[in-house]
Design a protein around this ligand. Sequence first.
Ligand SMILES: [Zn+2]
Length: 126
Amino acid sequence: MECELCGSESRNSVEILFEGKRIIACLDCSSMGTMIEARKPVKPQLAKTTELEEFNLVEGYGTLLRKAREKKGLTIEDQAKQLFERASTIQHVEHEKLLPDLKLARKLEKFFKTELIKEKEEEKAE
Ligand SMILES: [Zn+2]
């Protein structure tokens, strides 16, 4: 960030209140104003281990999962054990309080042999 007071490029810039304005200043100039907050160095978000998970779940996936589970005669605990997940996770997903990640969604699809992840319309083959 470039210091708005001296113009020097500094990685340790801070946001300060200077003459009633919020400005970016280097550490040397920060004493000229009131420090607001320390600027955290911005790390580029590198998708290294976690791939971008952008997918849509079918509407009412919670009810769908609950019904599928009941059809199998399983309790949440049973299902959690079989999927190596926590019962609370399963419960939250059923209540749609938790959006399963792609891995869990695929696992649930396989487990119940049901479709949870919305496929693109044109890919729908029937
Ligand atoms: Zn400066």
